[in-house]
Design a protein around this ligand. Sequence first.
Ligand SMILES: Cc1cc2nc3c(=O)[nH]c(=O)nc-3n(C[C@H](O)[C@H](O)[C@H](O)COP(=O)(O)O)c2cc1C
Length: 334
Amino acid sequence: MRAGLKTNYLGISLQNPIVASASPLTGDLDTLCQLEQAGVAAAVLPSLFEEQISHDEQRIHAFYEYQSCTSAESLSYFPRLKDYNVGPHEYLRLLEAAKSTVSIPVIGSLNGSTPGGWARYAELIQEAGADAIELNIYFVATDPTMSSADVEQRYIDLVSTVRGAVRIPLAVKIGAQFSNLTNFVPRLVRAGANGVVLFNRFLEPDIDLEKLQITPQLVLSNRHELRLPLRWIAILRDQVSISLAATSGIHYPEDVIKLLLAGADVCMLTSTLLRHGAEYVSEMLNAIQNWLDAHEYASVEQLKGSMSYGNCPDSGNLERANYMKAIVSYTAAH
Ligand SMILES: Cc1cc2nc3c(=O)[nH]c(=O)nc-3n(C[C@H](O)[C@H](O)[C@H](O)COP(=O)(O)O)c2cc1C
């Protein structure tokens, strides 16, 4: 008998652990259908941004200046961005259309950073039929009077506000730059999060040397980036009982298997789908299935977390990663 691929995310039973994360791919009904056909178990719609709500109809397409950072062939996988994220009303219509077009769970996404009225849109997302909400808190602190505790409290307040507005499951997508995630994530849980998505990739600006301008270019991820969610999912798995989703740098089936071993409930993909197309999901699922069968796992559930911090004999490697030894062996080998 073949290994079962089912998993549970935010209390929702999913056919397998591969989820399409928020991107233009999930914001286009044709690509959303292709993703479903290829086997993704759920999809997160592109975010409704705080800026869009505050300045209804504001066009933010320039935010995603992706052209210069992807190869020519991968561009063919981009759906047209003409209608991508143009305003709250269109967003709710997209959500309703997605729900009536595909049968996989559809997660709505809210993206913002300030406490404020925009969070009430969570309720509208719920009413539009979303199976869950992903709250992407994207905050870059630049005010020197703001302490780390203030920054964390801002996240907690936002989560509480959204939790107060909706009944459906709530996942919080955060960046990795916190002093102690093992303290912070349980606080997010107490504020009402049912899951965390680790980790958001902040837009790192560049400088255009000819125009002498800061250029906010979105660069697709590379595979090494998965090491960060891998470490923190392994550490958090035994400390919290909520859902853990991995995002950033998951490009190949082996990456999914590693993150499941660390303790992820689902793995979310964007860059690899933009590079290889929606159909790559079925290839990944086949390879994951074959690996589980070859290694005599009965199911994804059995695999999940079996190499978490608590289950690893060499768990210290998850902390300082045997830093000194790694440096010495690198020097010796080169
Ligand atoms: C073109 C593009 C658009 C994205 N749009 C959103 C978005 O609207 N909301 C969000 O939370 N994340 C967004 N993301 C981030 C992805 O959901 C994902 O977390 C990130 O790309 C890391 O995963 P990856 O390594 O598989 O690309 C976007 C990423 C890309 C490349």
